[in-house]
Design a protein around this ligand. Structure first.
Ligand code: AOF
Ligand code: ZN
Length: 373
C-alpha cells in the first residue's frame, strides 16, 4: 500500500465514526500529516457538528502550519443562510496547510470543484485520490442524492439457496439467522426510511425498527395503494406518528378509503398520494419524489417480492444486499419476479460486487451497474 492510500484509508475509518448520524450530510474524515506522521485527526461526528477538516485543524492548533491535509471529501467552500458550518477552505487557508489530498470531489452543486479552486487560487497544492470509488460508495446515500436528486434506494432481501423469500404458504420467518439479521438492522440504522409493500404488513405485522444493533430506527413507509393497512397493525399503533403510507386513489375509490385515511391521520400517519403507473400501482419515480420532499434522502426497501421486483424493473435502485441462506425451499415465493428480460445478456448487472460470509450465510452486496450515471 502506498503512503497516500494509508492516510486515505484512515480518513474513512474516522469518517465511519459518524455512521448513521450525519444524514442528510456526508460522513467525512480528515488527517493532518507532517514529516510522514499523522499529527491530528478529525471526523464529522453528527449532523450540524464541526466538519472533519475543521476538527482536525482544531486538534492540531498551530502545528497545522506547513502540514498536509488528507480528507475523504473535497472541503466545502460556501456560505449560505441554511449552512451550519463556515467554509472549511477558509480555515485550511488560515491555518497555513501546504497541500490537500482529496478522496472524492464533492458532488454538492454548491461545492463541486469550487473547494479545489479556492485552495489552488492561494497556491495550496491539491491532489485527488486515484482510487475514488471507495469514497463514492462509502457515502452512497449522500452521493446519490446529490447526483441524481432523488433518495438513495437500497434493496435488501433474505433468500433461500434456490432464491425464495418465503415458503409456499408465505411463511418467511427465520430464513436467515440472527447474525445476518444483525447486519440487516445495521442497514436500517444507516437509512432515513424503510419501505415495505402492504402484503408484508398483512403477512408479518412488522415493526421495522432497529433492535439488534444500536442506532436510529428509520421512518417506516408502506406502499399501500388502496389503504388496506389495519389500524391495529404495529406500525400504526406503535409508530403512527412517523409512518408514511403511499396510497394511489383510483377513480372508483369508495367512502371507506377516505374513512380509513381519516382514521390513519388521526393517529399521526401521513397518507400521501402517489401517481398511478400503467397497472394502477404507485409509480415509483413519483413515490420517490414524494418521499424526497418529506426529507427522506435514503430508503431501505425490505420487500416483499412485488415491491423489490418493481424497483428492479424500473431500474430505480442503487444498491442490492441479498442474504443467501443454506436452505432449499422448493416451490415458494420467488425473491424477484418477472423483469421483462428475455435474453441473458440483458440481465441486470452490478458493479462494486462483494460477497461476505456471515455465519452460514453469504451476503451479496453490490451497486447497480452504471450507478450514478
Ligand atoms: C458535513 N461534514 O465534514 C463536510 C461537509 O450545513 P453544513 O455547514 O454542515 O454543510 C454541509 C455541506 O458541507 C455538505 O453538503 C457537504 O457538501 C459539505 N461538506 N459536510 O456535514 C463535513 N466536510
Ligand atoms: Zn466543510
Amino acid at each position: 500500500m502506498n503512503i497516500d492510500s494509508f492516510f486515505f484509508e484512515r480518513t474513512l475509518e474516522l469518517a465511519a465514526r459518524g455512521r448513521g448520524r450525519t444524514s442528510p450530510n456526508p460522513m467525512v474524515g480528515a488527517v493532518l500529516v507532517k514529516d510522514g506522521r499523522i499529527i491530528a485527526e478529525g471526523c464529522h461526528r453528527r449532523h450540524g457538528d464541526l466538519h472533519a477538516e475543521a476538527a482536525a485543524l482544531e486538534a492540531a492548533g498551530s502545528e497545522a502550519g506547513g502540514a498536509e491535509l488528507y480528507c475523504s471529501l473535497e472541503p466545502c467552500s460556501y456560505r449560505s443562510p441554511e449552512k451550519l458550518q463556515p467554509p472549511c477552505t477558509e480555515r485550511i487557508i488560515a491555518a497555513g496547510v501546504r497541500h490537500v489530498h482529496i478522496g472524492q470531489p464533492d458532488p454538492n452543486p454548491k461545492v463541486s470543484g469550487r473547494g479545489v479552486l479556492a485552495l489552488r487560487e492561494v497556491g495550496i497544492g491539491v491532489s485527488l485520490s486515484e482510487e475514488n470509488e471507495a469514497f463514492w460508495r462509502f457515502n452512497d446515500a449522500f452521493n446519490t442524492r446529490m447526483v441524481l436528486s432523488r433518495p438513495f434506494v437500497h434493496l435488501k432481501c433474505a433468500m433461500s439457496l434456490d432464491g425464495r423469500i418465503a415458503a409456499a404458504g408465505g411463511d418467511s420467518r427465520w430464513i436467515s439467522d440472527e447474525s445476518a439479521r444483525r447486519v440487516g438492522h445495521r442497514f436500517r440504522s444507516e437509512r432515513d426510511a424503510i419501505a415495505v409493500g402492504i402484503g408484508t404488513v398483512l403477512a408479518d405485522d412488522p415493526e421495522l425498527s432497529t433492535r439488534l444493533v444500536e442506532g436510529h430506527s428509520p421512518r417506516p413507509v408502506v406502499f399501500d395503494s388502496s389503504l388496506k393497512i389495519p389500524l391495529e397493525s404495529r406500525l400504526v399503533r406503535e409508530r403512527g406518528d412517523e409512518l408514511i403510507v403511499l396510497a394511489v386513489p383510483s377513480e372508483d375509490v369508495t367512502e371507506n378509503f377516505f374513512d380509513v385515511k381519516h382514521r390513519l391521520e388521526q393517529r399521526g400517519v401521513r397518507v400521501l398520494y402517489a401517481e398511478p403507473d400503467s397497472t394502477g400501482k404507485a409509480d415509483l419515480s413519483s413515490a420517490l419524489d414524494l418521499l424526497y420532499a418529506q426529507g427522506i434522502g435514503s430508503l431501505l426497501v425490505e420487500g416483499g417480492s412485488g415491491l423489490l421486483t418493481s424497483f428492479l424493473k424500473h431500474r430505480l435502485y442503487d444498491r442490492l444486499s441479498a442474504f443467501v441462506a443454506p436452505v432449499l425451499l422448493g416451490s415458494g415465493v420467488e425473491a424477484v419476479g418477472d423483469l421483462g428480460i428475455t435474453r441473458a445478456g440483458d440481465g441486470l448487472a452490478f458493479e462494486g460486487v462483494n460477497w461476505f460470509r456471515i455465519g452460514d450465510q453469504q451476503l451479496f452486496d453490490a451497486y447497480r451497474s452504471g450507478w450514478l450515471e
